[in-house]
Write a protein that binds this ligand. Structure first.
Ligand SMILES: NC(=O)c1ccc[n+]([C@@H]2O[C@H](COP(=O)([O-])OP(=O)(O)OC[C@H]3O[C@@H](n4cnc5c(N)ncnc54)[C@H](OP(=O)(O)O)[C@@H]3O)[C@@H](O)[C@H]2O)c1
Length: 323
């Protein structure tokens, strides 16, 4: 049995981590719930309380992991952090079970969980890389409101109600525009090169996860009025010639992927699923055996965050690496 704390227990990812721990019957002894302020069943976060747990999941802000993770690691705890704080640190492997579990070090105690869009993308790309190598990837995303946490989903719901009743729109706080009946081509701040924070994360983290630091990869990330699950249209140029049939077969052999050879798959259909769903794999044009397009969809709260975090703990338990 391991004693587990969740920091961010009142939030979208924290609540999903608890659900996934229960569903997968992870042998949890004591479960501590923490957030920035106390309420029913949740304590205000404090270092001396977190130090009483073997494993601490952070599903909170970058501030919280920066403040508490170093002291927890010093005492030998396992830290599994959904924020972006440690993802790109060179001395910290970024692990997604099923994509690069082999990169997990025996001494590793700190496990950043990668960006949700990058995880969904890399689960779909890993078998293609294995089959034919990757030369270039371009991705356009369609990202759900709950990707911006509880406040993001609440803002979408309020703007949907206003749209329905004809009430005037409240000024948006989480998103840069009203999201109901809209799409917003900006997730995170846009830098001096015109790239958004989310686009940078997807590129940098996908390169790290795939072990391809020089991969040509560009993303255009867009918020859409979907509640949960991110969708991605992906253009792939492979290193070697291959075919749609070979790529579908490689995807079908991958445990975390569900292939839809016929028809389509949409975010509403994959809510609650731990799989990355792939459909509409096709050649980009009639002449090339190296250019392909596909559509993939994943529940970003589960596959893109909580399930990946819990699978990291399961890997550690299976290898006897948790005290
Ligand atoms: N949403 C997604 O799809 C998704 C996917 C992948 C990764 N992530 C990452 O996961 C983390 C959590 O995201 P979320 O969407 O679950 O956010 P959320 O719904 O806004 O929840 C945030 C949680 O963190 C707590 N919190 C915030 N600042 C804190 C602090 N300084 N100390 C202690 N607790 C604090 C909040 O507590 P109070 O309620 O008391 O303020 C709340 O419980 C973020 O780093 C996010 O980038 C999110």
């Amino acid at each position: 049995m391991v004693d587990v704390a969740v920091v961010g227990a009142s939030g979208a990812v924290g609540q999903t981590i608890e659900r996934v721990l229960r569903e997968r019957a992870v042998p949890v002894g004591r479960l501590g719930r923490f957030a920035s302020r106390a309420r029913d069943g949740i304590e205000e976060v404090r270092l001396d309380r977190l130090q009483q747990f073997d494993v601490v999941f952070f599903a909170s802000s970058e501030d919280a992991s920066c403040t508490y993770a170093p002291a927890l690691l010093e005492r030998g705890a396992i830290v599994i952090d959904n924020s972006s704080t440690y993802r790109l640190r060179e001395d910290v492997p970024l692990i997604v079970p099923g994509v690069n579990s082999e990169a997990m070090g025996a001494e590793q105690r700190l496990f950043p969980v990668a960006n949700c869009t990058a995880i969904i993308l890399c689960v779909a790309l890993a078998p293609l890389r294995q089959r034919a190598g990757l030369r270039r990837v371009r991705v356009a995303t369609y990202q759900a409101a709950s990707g911006a946490g509880r406040a993001g989903l609440d803002e979408l719901l309020a703007s949907e109600r206003a749209a329905f009743t004809g009430a005037p729109d409240a000024p948006p706080k989480v998103f840069s525009r009203v999201l109901a009946r809209n799409v917003i081509p900006q997730i995170g701040d846009i830098d001096e090169h015109g790239e958004s924070g989310e686009e940078r994360k997807v590129r940098d983290e996908a390169r790290k996860l795939l072990g391809l630091p020089a991969l040509a990869l560009s993303a255009s990330t867009v918020r859409v009025p979907v509640h949960t699950a991110h969708a991605e249209a992906v253009w792939v140029e492979t290193e070697r010639e291959t075919s749609v049939e070979e790529l579908y077969a490689a995807l079908e052999r991958t445990p975390g992927v569900r292939v839809h050879r016929e028809g389509i798959v949409t975010p509403r259909e994959v809510e609650g699923s731990d799989l990355v769903h792939v459909a509409r794999l096709r050649r980009e044009d009639d002449h090339s055996q190296r250019h392909f397009v596909l559509w993939c969809v994943g529940d970003q709260l589960r596959r893109g965050a909580a399930t990946t975090a819990v699978e990291i703990l399961e890997l550690l338990l299976a290898r006897g690496l948790v005290a």
